[in-house]
Design a protein around this ligand. Structure first.
Ligand code: ATP
Ligand code: FE
Length: 328
């Protein structure tokens, strides 16, 4: 039994086949990078059109891995939110049309539940109870999980997400797109000599990153000749300090066998080092997705779909631009 996953929430058209154990039979992702690069961000209307062109050919390509034998499919899972509404609609309509044609059930999947399952792709890694840090382009969440589907949100961001902050600071430093990875690389060449603020570090599990972003902007305005690698390194140090402090605090208060870190920013080697360090000290098991499954992909959506298949309630098929991690 396999699930066909479809992910079109932002600027990648991705389709995958995944079995119940998380083994990825096939995954094809078409990037829209070249289309959006000149705008310095994702252009929603162009994204929807590009999805429309790419989605069916990508489904065909993936099905070749099973000789187009749709009899092997248990269900179709598709991202219903959060994301760009036009892009989501292309994926949802495609999934529903294929479901009708092939006589397969279709499940609308919460994209964030896809991210949180990503470390279990290829092989099972997460052990419960677990502490979850989700750091993606649009979200920053710290959660406690007692099973795959029982999630308590401990804190989220009051303003920008970590990924968004990386991207905005990268733009201030003229690092081009995609900003996050470029900033991360530049930071590794610099020294953290500047002391940027660590918003909300002292208490609780809520985050705020806009003040940190503004102080980087102010420094670049005041001193245009400042060493850029040092600014990048100091910015990353402030982010990691905040994230690390909150994670350590939560590990002190909640029982956890593993520390799960997912989302695009989990691709950063510096985040990976921080997770390794925290886990070595606390004896908690580190759980990170393999690099290729950290950013958006349909394999994680297909794997999350198994949780929906096992539920007795039907899934909500409404397309939504934003939704909480706790929602189905
Ligand atoms: P969401 O899942 O919240 O809807 P998204 O799908 O757009 O958002 P992801 O694909 O999970 O987000 O992650 C993209 C983010 O990850 C971007 O902000 C990007 O800058 C950041 N990112 C990717 N690679 C790295 C890296 N090596 N270092 C730091 N940040 C990175
Ligand atoms: Fe995502």
């Amino acid at each position: 039994d396999l699930i066909l996953g479809i992910e079109t929430s932002c600027d990648d058209t991705s389709v995958a086949l995944v079995d119940r154990g998380g083994r990825v039979i096939a995954c094809e992702t078409v990037s829209q990078f070249d289309i959006h690069a000149e705008f310095g961000g994702v252009f929603p209307e162009l994204a929807s059109r590009a999805h429309l062109e790419a989605v069916l050919p990508t489904v065909d390509k993936v099905l070749k891995a099973i000789d187009s034998d749709t009899g092997r499919l248990r269900a179709i899972g598709v991202t219903r939110g959060p994301g760009l509404i036009g892009s989501l609609i292309v994926g949802m309509n495609t999934a529903q049309a294929l479901g009708l044609a092939w006589g397969k059930p279709v499940f609308g999947v919460n994209h964030l539940r896809g991210h949180l399952r990503s470390p279990d792709l290829d092989e099972k890694r997460i052990t419960y109870p677990a502490l979850l840090l989700l750091v993606s382009g649009g979200h920053t969440l710290l959660c406690h999980m007692t099973s795959t589907t029982e999630i308590t949100v401990l804190g989220t961001t009051r303003d920008d997400s970590v990924g968004e902050t990386y991207d905005k600071v990268a733009r201030m430093l003229d690092l081009g797109m995609p900003g996050g990875p470029a900033l991360d690389r530049l930071a590794r060449a610099g020294r953290a000599v500047h002391r940027f603020p660590r918003p909300m570090i002292r208490e609780g599990y809520e985050f705020s990153f806009s003040g940190l972003k503004s102080s980087v902007a102010r420094m670049l305005e005041k001193d245009p000749d400042v060493d850029r690698a040092d600014v990048a390194a100091s910015f990353v140090a402030a982010c990691l300090d905040v994230l690390g402090t909150k994670v350590r605090r939560a590990l002190g208060e909640y029982e956890a066998k593993s520390l799960v870190v997912v989302g695009g920013v989990a691709a950063s080697p510096q985040i990976r080092d921080l997770v390794g360090e925290i886990c070595a000290k606390t004896g908690v098991q580190p759980c990170l997705p393999p690099l290729k499954w950290a950013t958006d992909n349909a394999a994680m959506i297909a794997l999350a779909t198994w949780d929906y298949v096992d539920r007795s309630e039907p899934t909500d098929m409404r397309t939504v631009p934003s939704m909480s991690l706790a929602a189905w």
